[in-house]
Design a binder for this molecule. Structure first.
Ligand code: FE2
Length: 226
């Protein structure tokens, strides 16, 4: 195994060739529109990794490629996949159907993409939609890449993309760069909450916990709250 390859839970490893094969494989199971987004998330993830954790680039590129593999399933199909994979479903979960795909995609990785069954990959896929309290750096990067990839034209996504890059994080010292990431994430959770309220939809408690946690950390670090 060379230094660019990563062990899966079962001892499998992957590098550029496996990522290329994964790109082709996921592309066969989704619409052209979803594939454009997926590839753009992979590219944005790689850009973010270059800033924050170059050593995790391949793992997070795999997570980016896998994050939406079940996004286009209907709610009924998501529910039956949850039953098949043993993913717990609580009463009322069907009111937030967009949250299912992160859980079903994460659960599918060990079954169908075992070469990529690595805790960093699975966690980044699992939490890319809602976030959660105590997010790791790698979870944050895939979450943000999914929000601001270059294929996104929704005004909030464009605003968040500009908020992140216009501050020139590449010129920041490492600590300031991490604070900047957290500030942008808080802004993203604010946008999500506002949109869900405007649409009369339920808000995942994980999203609220993620937001509160980052604000708490920001205050403790003396960054204040925007
Ligand atoms: Fe996505």
């Amino acid at each position: 195994m060379n230094r660019n390859q990563h062990p899966g839970r079962d001892g499998a490893s992957f590098g550029e060739a496996e990522l290329s094969a994964l790109r082709n494989r996921v592309g066969q199971g989704m619409s052209p529109k979803r594939l454009i987004h997926t590839l753009a998330v992979e590219q944005m993830t790689a850009r973010l990794c270059a800033l924050y954790c170059p050593e995790e680039t391949d793992l997070l590129r795999a997570a980016a490629l896998l994050h939406d593999i079940t996004k286009e399933l209907k709610t009924e199909e998501q529910l039956s996949l949850c039953r098949e994979l043993g993913v717990p479903v609580a009463p009322g979960d069907e009111l937030a159907p967009k949250c299912f795909h992160a859980r079903t995609a994460a659960a599918l990785i060990p079954r169908k993409y075992s070469a990529f069954d690595h805790p960093v990959v699975v966690a980044a896929v699992r939490w890319h939609t809602t976030g959660h309290e105590g997010m790791t750096l790698t979870e944050k990067l895939v979450y943000l890449a999914d929000y601001i990839d270059e294929s996104r034209t929704f005004p909030d996504c464009v605003a968040l993309r500009n908020l992140f890059w216009d501050a020139h994080p590449e010129d920041m010292a490492p600590e300031e760069r991490l604070s900047h990431l957290n500030r942008v994430l808080i802004a993203s959770f604010d946008m999500t909450v506002r949109n869900l309220v405007a649409e009369g939809q339920i808000i995942s408690p994980d999203t609220v916990m993620a937001r509160n946690d980052l604000i708490r950390q920001s205050v403790q670090a003396g960054d204040g709250v925007q």
